[in-house]
Design a protein around this ligand. Structure first.
Ligand code: ATP
Length: 427
């Protein structure tokens, strides 16, 4: 378990993290969410002993990281996939990390299989695509077969297949009873991956709750009602009738009305009594993304001068006041997401913990082989078939790639494009 108590970090005048207290428990994926610059990476660095707190403390299994016995075997982390010696092959990079931590060489080949990099194991990592670099970073994190894993934005730059693979990997690691702490600024991804959420804004705790509780505490049920497009006066009439009946009514961009505060049968009755025909009456729930944006709206450091939410925010009816934000509660009608036909499935809410089926689910490579892991020869839940291993990039400019397990010194990224056919750099 990871436990932070009153964790605070200041850089000069800048308070990056303030009085943060939380626990990250084993057996679950805990999503660590916050807008850019909210202090996620700073918190992770403090957990890993790479930065000292200005105040407070954070422990792993009761110890500060630097006092943890055999830390590399207990904690694995992916902080910056670009921090790797690009001249080294993937295998040699992992081998050097393994040697530093007293991890046997055979484990290097195991983790290369787990992340699907066997075929490019001898290639210099500076020729790796961003996704391959992320996989190498994940391999480094898994090297010590640790019970506690931290991943800082692990899906950054990954393609949909890579994202799905990472998602399933996180879930599989948690299902084995490990502590999995994953930072992201993408609520939609966390909705699919995490069981529990810790949300911060401007370095302070905004929420610490299950995904399910987060949704119900921060999103509101609402109904969409459409009257015939051909008779706009019916829409006005219905809007007034619903407001009189106690509903909160907001227009949506496509001409429908968003109604909160009235159950669907009541809306139907009100429409019937007002003599208004309906073309649509449907139940919806605000998405997790909406809940997150609503919660962090006051805690965003960097915002475009063109408000990104402007297109989502509905104009209020003449004379109406915007609803007052209530901390920890939903704010019905604060804005409407795009209607389904424009934005795909904006209201669809993934079931927390539901593992999407995919080609990378529980695959075929060999066992983990380490104490506490699956027995030798058992199916490896993280692995993917060799045929699905990522290929060396063709044609496109390769991104620098690297991996950083917690104890390893970070190295400068090498940005030059690589020739994968060349033998690795002897350094
Ligand atoms: N070494 C540093 N010196 C000064 N300020 C720093 C340092 N590291 C981080 N900060 C500041 O602390 C704040 C939190 O940064 P941090 O990188 O932890 O946020 P984050 O949530 O990880 O952001 P992102 O999602 O963009 O990666 C930012 O305002 C950042 O500029």
């Amino acid at each position: 378990m990871i436990e932070a108590v009153g964790l605070t970090k200041r850089y000069g005048d800048k308070t990056a993290v303030y009085n943060l207290s939380f626990q990250v428990r084993p057996g679950a994926v805990t999503g660590f969410l916050g807008p850019n610059g909210s202090g996620k990476s700073t918190t992770m660095r403090m957990i890993l002993g790479l930065d000292n707190p200005t105040a407070g403390a954070v422990t792993i299994g009761g110890y500060p990281y630097r006092k943890l016995p055999n830390a590399p075997r207990q904690v694995g982390a992916l902080l910056d996939a670009k921090a790797v010696h690009g001249g080294r092959s993937a295998r040699n990079h992992l081998l050097s990390l393994a040697q530093l931590s007293g991890i046997p060489a055979r484990r290097v080949d195991e983790v290369l299989g787990v992340v699907g990099l066997q075929e490019v194991a001898k290639k210099r990592s500076k020729g790796f695509s961003l996704g391959m670099g992320q996989r190498l970073g994940i391999a480094a994190a898994l090297l010590g077969d640790p019970q506690v894993l931290l991943f800082d934005e692990p899906v950054n730059g990954l393609d949909p297949e890579g994202i799905l693979w990472v998602r399933n990997l996180m879930k599989a690691l948690a299902a084995e009873g490990r502590t999995v702490f994953v930072s992201s600024h993408l609520m939609s991804e966390m909705a699919l991956t995490a069981d529990h959420l810790i949300v911060i804004g401007r370095g302070q705790l905004l929420a610490d709750m299950s995904v399910r509780d987060f949704i119900s505490a921060n999103s509101a049920d609402f109904a969409r009602v459409r009257t015939p497009d051909t008779e706009p006066q019916l829409r006005e009439k219905l809007g007034s009738a619903l407001a009189e009946a106690g509903g909160h009514v907001l227009p949506e961009q496509d001409g429908a009305l968003r109604v909160t505060g009235l159950a669907l049968p009541r809306i139907s009755d009100v429409a019937h009594e007002a003599g208004v025909r309906l073309w649509e009456l449907s139940p919806h729930q605000a998405s997790l993304e909406e809940a997150y944006m609503r919660m962090t709206q006051g805690a965003v450091d960097y915002r475009s001068t063109a408000d990104q939410k402007a297109g989502l925010q509905q104009p209020l009816p003449p004379g109406a006041q915007p609803p007052m934000p209530v901390p920890g509660q939903g704010q019905p009608g604060w804005y409407a997401p795009p209607p389904p036909q424009q934005g795909g499935q904006p209201f669809a809410m993934p079931a927390p913990g539901a593992a999407p089926a995919g080609p990378y689910d529980g695959a075929q490579a060999g066992g983990h082989g380490a104490p506490g892991g699956p027995s030798a020869g058992a199916p490896n839940p993280y692995a993917q078939p060799a045929s699905q291993a990522p290929q060396a990039p063709q044609g496109q400019a390769p991104a620098p790639a690297a991996a950083v397990p917690p104890p390893a010194p970070q190295q400068a990224p090498v940005a030059a494009p690589a020739d994968l056919t060349k033998p690795e750099d002897p350094r």
